[in-house]
Design a protein. Structure first.
Length: 118
């Protein structure tokens, strides 16, 4: 069985929040966002989303920094790396100089190293 080929798709705020609510049972969808990006398979089915907003920490909310507030997948391989890379490219294109995110204890951070994060 081959891995699905993914491609980036724009995702509206409401659709991103609905996807997170359906697949990410540990945390609620983020309250606000600047933009969202998704990964869809060959059939156009949304398989993963990333939401990007202003930093939660006020001292980092300097106007030049955005935060990946949530990534969520249905378990498809390599989607997180694809979304982190797309989020950084989009943030740079909008004039932002820094994109931050957080990982939980025990997470390897491997999805961040692929797009140059770490």
């Amino acid at each position: 069985m081959s891995l699905p080929q993914l491609h980036l798709v724009p995702v509206r705020s409401r659709a991103a929040k609905a996807f997170v609510a359906a697949w990410h049972r540990h945390h609620p969808p983020p309250a606000g966002m600047v933009f969202a990006v998704g990964a869809a398979d060959e059939a156009g089915v949304l398989r993963a989303v990333a939401t990007v907003g202003r930093p939660v920490a006020r001292h980092l909310d300097d106007g030049a920094t955005l935060e990946v507030t949530r990534t969520c997948t249905d378990g498809v391989n390599n989607a997180n790396s694809m979304l982190y890379g797309a989020a950084w490219r989009a943030a740079k294109a909008l004039g932002y100089r820094r994109l931050i995110t957080y990982t939980q204890d025990g997470e390897s951070g491997a999805s961040l190293r692929g797009p140059g994060g770490g």
